[in-house]
Design a binder for this molecule. Structure first.
Ligand SMILES: Nc1nc2c(ncn2[C@@H]2O[C@H](COP(=O)(O)OP(=O)(O)O)[C@@H](O)[C@H]2O)c(=O)[nH]1
Ligand SMILES: [Mg+2]
Length: 195
């Protein structure tokens, strides 16, 4: 798998609408505006497969992308966006949590976190919830290019401590420079093959 043959499959707004479970699936989660769309685009070497935006909260569906006739990438709606109503937020959460809990081919949830900041409550809630439900998660610390090498190491160590993980259990990433991109492809290919 080299992440070259990539196409958009479908936008899913309800559990009933999910595609046939024919490939392993890797989902991508993160706070709105954390850089999730940029990360997916970088991963598959496409500028605009997933729309990026400076306006957070755009993605309201689960967006499925097919990779190399072997894998589905699933772009989950961003969370922690204050400007949507509570009822809209609740229905997103319902869709996402049902998908994560019930979907057999799901092998890993990539949780994207901003390397510049301390761990946010929403990120912790998600990771705790995934652990509680025995769903494999893999944190990726993004926007590394915005920090010096020293600061990157310091911030990554702080996030590792907050999540109680080792450096081997996560990646430092930049959609701008491509830092960590090859490692992420390898890691996800391994996840997909192990199922
Ligand atoms: N410098 C830098 N900017 C980034 C990076 N990733 C995303 N961004 C910027 O952050 C903003 C939000 O990115 P987007 O991918 O749309 O975030 P999403 O809401 O999580 O999908 C955009 O302005 C991106 O250009 C990164 O690794 N480095
Ligand atoms: Mg996005």
């Amino acid at each position: 798998m080299n992440f070259t043959k990539v196409s958009f499959l479908d936008s899913v707004f309800s559990i009933k609408q999910l595609p046939e479970p024919i490939y392993p699936e890797i989902a991508f989660a993160g706070r709105s505006n954390v850089g999730k769309s940029s990360l997916i685009n970088k991963l598959v070497g496409r500028k605009n497969l997933v729309k990026t935006s400076s306006k957070p909260g755009k993605t309201q569906s689960l967006n499925f992308f097919e990779v190399d006739e072997a894998l589905y990438l699933v772009d989950l709606p961003g969370y922690g966006f204050a400007r949507v109503s509570r009822s809209v937020q609740a229905s997103w959460e319902q869709l996402i949590s049902s998908y994560l809990e019930l979907r057999d081919p799901l092998v890993c949830v990539v949780v994207i976190i901003d390397l510049r900041h301390a761990l946010k409550a929403h990120d912790r809630e998600l990771i705790d919830w995934l652990r509680f439900n025995d769903i494999v998660s893999f944190p990726v610390y993004t926007k590394a290019d915005k920090l010096s090498k020293n600061k990157q190491a310091k911030q990554a160590a702080a996030l590792d401590a907050a999540l109680n993980i080792q450096p081997a259990d996560r990646l430092v990433f930049s959609s701008k420079s491509g830092l960590g991109c090859e490692e992420l492809r390898n890691r996800l290919a391994l996840c997909a093959q192990s199922c």
